[in-house]
Design a protein around this ligand. Structure first.
Ligand SMILES: [Zn+2]
Length: 156
């Protein structure tokens, strides 16, 4: 594994342990060239997924990309990183079990939003607002409104 700091390919594994309830192996790595330390995860990959975008472009599914966008939406939310890892693994499992290696980007967005909605409403709204790329504030208002049960009427 190449060192992300100096590019040296001769790095060492210092420690391996199960993570995410045994669906992953976490390895602590050390680079003797620059003394850099980094972590890698090993996971089962059932199939190679290809994301089909709205404009028809195809690209390989990138778990790290998904991971980043989800973590951005969860910034400063009181959710344990381990729980986020589990959620992301769950999302990937769902994508892999759709039965087709081609997955529409819309479908991925839906599954992510579904998963986020169960964990944290704020993260869900953040993700959805970016994902759906709301241009008009009105649209966003409608969307947020949909999330909430109607407010009880107050007597004045
Ligand atoms: Zn290095």
């Amino acid at each position: 594994m190449r060192c992300p700091f100096c590019g040296n390919t001769d790095t060492q594994v210092k420690d391996s342990r199960p993570a995410e309830d045994h669906v992953a192996i976490r390895r602590r790595r050390f680079c003797p060239a620059c003394s850099g330390r980094f972590t890698t995860y090993e996971r089962v990959q059932l199939r190679d997924l290809v994301v089909v975008k709205k404009n028809g472009k195809r690209e390989d599914f990138d778990r790290d990309k998904l991971d980043r966008s989800i973590r951005i939406s969860m910034q400063k939310r009181p959710i344990e990183p381990e729980r986020v890892d589990q959620m992301i693994s769950g999302i990937v499992r769902r994508l892999e079990s759709l039965g087709d290696s081609d997955v529409d980007s819309d479908k991925i967005g839906e599954i992510v939003m579904d998963a986020l909605a169960r964990i944290d409403t704020v993260a869900y709204v953040r993700f959805a607002s970016v994902y759906k790329n709301f241009q008009a504030a009105d649209d966003f208002e409608d969307f947020v409104h949909e999330l909430r049960p109607p407010a009880p009427k107050e007597d004045k």
